[in-house]
Design a protein around this ligand. Structure first.
Ligand code: PEP
Ligand code: MG
Length: 589
């Protein structure tokens, strides 16, 4: 048969998390899995299978050594010593010989053999009533995961091998994977998993790479090399798009470009409502490269510097000096506008290499953010010192993430004072009066805002987590994304409460969660009395456009109606009605 075979177009709807239209050839990344697929091998394949195993052991050995060095520099020798035990496993000849013998005997590929031998060793150790040996069982499991990952080739490595511009198709991307994306080659990405405020989505916005997540089975639908069209704003993906579709989207892309061009002209205009009420727009940044875009997009200052991204997707953990330089660079680039540095929000999905996964049942409710910092004082103090030293640039402010009780703020402030004393003794300068704030993103913190207020100068509402924790809806899980409702009455009431408390105590309140960057929710937040909105730089022109077309009086009226509503759907409807009336163009993006 001759002639080109026309492939059928497949249309899929997911969750659009970063706007923009892109058409490129797809690059499928093999899902990284801990499950070892069983494959029979021939006698001739045995030597190469053993070689694969030995290569993976060498790679694992090198990684552990490297991580150990990093951890000892940043966290101290005590934390680094746990890797001694990992090293013993990877160098254990009895264990290694057992795997090799089984490959030869059973003629099976290395992965399932390794897994079953490791399970046997770990089970044996965990049955012994000795806590030291029980811990060794956990070491065997951890190291096995690492060897399996080396055998599979991690997503991160696959990402580094991309040589041509493409759309990445993946089961899931961790924030570390996304942080290392080369945006000249990765023109967009689509994933099976994920939701609108997942950290991967946040990175896509930071990189300004169109992205659609939560597609469930896109990796099963697309093969590498097929043409994929993505509409990041609407959450649509077309595999093998028809000529008509491509034409429709060429036109749509032109219209969007025109709207963005008009919004760009707002750069030097004030974020002021029609009746003269000023709502400062600051920027959320994850990467230092984003700093240049802040002023260029018409935002003034940084409302949220997610410093944990200095640690993610990197081979090394940044120490005091490197962090100090990053904070100074941020402060200088924005001066005299404020730069709010959030202390490390590590843990859960944001674990850098060098941090062993603590194997928690519910990591989002576990040792993350301020909890992890307080349980790793060396790590925390390194950051506090770096921030304090940078605070000689007096536009620097600092805030703590995921505070859930007053004691955490007090403990963090105690460590801060210790660092101040140490720096004074060393004759190093810092701003004694640096403003300290807290994120309000755990419902308990929102409800006791009045008890936290005396210890801080400002609040920053992290609505992404506030919604997740208030509604018990995992913000990164596409299966429950329909339950994740920013307009839920519980959320509206919590925001209203926090704003009222902050006014009573003479503090100011910013919103730095995704709600601030959702055009139709901006009038509601302003009407509820929020003082500042912090959004990704790319979203700043859109939000400024909304503010400039809004009457403050209509925002207050909307907020009153919302507070008297009975359902999320009704509040959502009120918000959409207003935005369609005042700024319908932003809904086209
Ligand atoms: C939030 O939770 O709303 C927030 C801004 O923090 P992050 O998205 O980094 O968790
Ligand atoms: Mg948060």
């Amino acid at each position: 048969m001759t002639g080109k075979q026309v492939k059928t177009e497949i249309a899929l709807k997911g969750i659009g998390v970063s706007p923009g239209i892109a058409v490129f050839s797809s690059q499928l990344l093999t899902p990284h899995t801990d499950k070892a697929v069983r494959r029979p091998i021939s006698e001739e394949e045995v030597p190469s299978e053993i070689l694969r195993f030995e290569d993976a052991l060498i790679a694992t050995h090198d990684q552990i050594k490297h991580i150990q060095k990093q951890v000892s520099q940043v966290l101290g020798d005590e934390h680094a010593s746990i890797f001694d035990a990992h090293m013993l496993v990877v160098d254990d000849r009895t264990f290694i010989e057992d795997v090799i013998r089984t490959i030869k005997k059973d003629l099976i590929n290395v992965e399932p053999v390794l897994q079953s031998v490791a399970n046997r060793y770990a089970d044996m150790l965990s049955k012994v009533e000795d806590s030291y040996l029980a811990e060794r069982a956990a070491d065997i499991r951890d190291v096995t995961k690492r060897i399996l990952a080396n055998l599979a080739g991690e997503t991160l490595d696959q990402m580094k091998q991309i040589k041509e511009p493409c759309i990445v198709v993946a089961h899931d991307l961790s924030p570390s994977d996304t942080a290392s994306i080369n945006k000249t080659l990765v023109k967009a990405f689509v994933t099976d998993l994920g939701s609108s405020t997942s950290h991967t989505a946040i990175m896509a916005k930071a990189l300004e790479v169109p992205a659609v997540v939560g597609l469930h089975n896109i990796t099963a639908v697309v093969n590498s090399g097929e043409t994929v069209l993505i509409d990041g704003g609407k959450g649509l993906v077309f595999v093998n798009p028809t000529e008509e579709r491509l034409e429709e989207y060429r036109k749509r892309a032109e219209d969007q470009e025109q709207i963005l061009l008009e919004l760009a002209s707002l750069r030097d205009k004030a974020p002021e409502t029609m009746d003269g009420y000023l709502v400062p727009i600051t920027a959320n940044i994850e990467l230092l490269e984003e700093l240049e875009g802040v002023d260029a997009r018409g935002a003034k200052g940084i409302g949220l510097f997610r410093t944990e991204f200095l640690f993610l997707g990197k081979n090394s953990l940044p120490g005091e000096e490197q962090q100090y330089e990053a904070y100074v660079r941020a402060a200088k680039s924005q001066y005299p506008s404020p730069v709010v540095i959030r202390t490390l929000d590590l843990g859960a999905d944001k674990l850098p290499s060098g941090f062993e996964n603590p194997d928690e049942m519910n990591p989002f409710l576990g040792d993350r953010a301020i909890r992890l910092c307080l349980s790793h004082p060396e790590l925390f103090k390194t950051q506090l010192r770096a921030i304090l030293r940078a605070s000689v640039h007096d536009n620097i402010r600092m805030m703590y993430p995921m505070v859930s009780c007053v004691q955490e703020v007090m403990d963090a402030n105690t460590l801060l004072r210790q660092c101040m004393m140490e720096l004074s003794k060393e004759g190093i300068g810092f701003n004694q009066d640096i403003q300290i704030g807290t994120m309000i993103e755990v419902p308990s913190a929102a409800l006791i805002a009045d008890l936290i207020a005396p210890h801080v100068s400002f609040f920053s509402l992290g609505t992404n987590d506030l919604i997740q924790y208030t509604m018990a809806v995992d913000r990164g899980n596409e299966n429950v994304a329909h339950l994740y409702k920013p307009t839920h009455m519980a959320i509206i009431r919590l925001i209203d409460h926090v704003v009222k408390v902050s006014r009573k105590y003479g503090l100011w309140t910013c919103v730095c969660g995704q709600m601030a960057a959702s055009p139709h929710l901006v009038p509601l937040l302003i009407g509820l009395g929020v003082d500042e909105l912090s959004v990704s730089p790319s979203q700043a022109p859109v939000i400024k456009d909304v503010i400039r077309k809004l009457y403050y009086s209509s925002a207050v009226e909307l907020a009153q109606k919302a507070l008297n509503s009975a359902s999320a759907e009704h509040v959502e409807h009120l918000c959409r009605e207003l935005i369609e009336e005042i700024a319908p163009e932003v809904l086209e993006l």
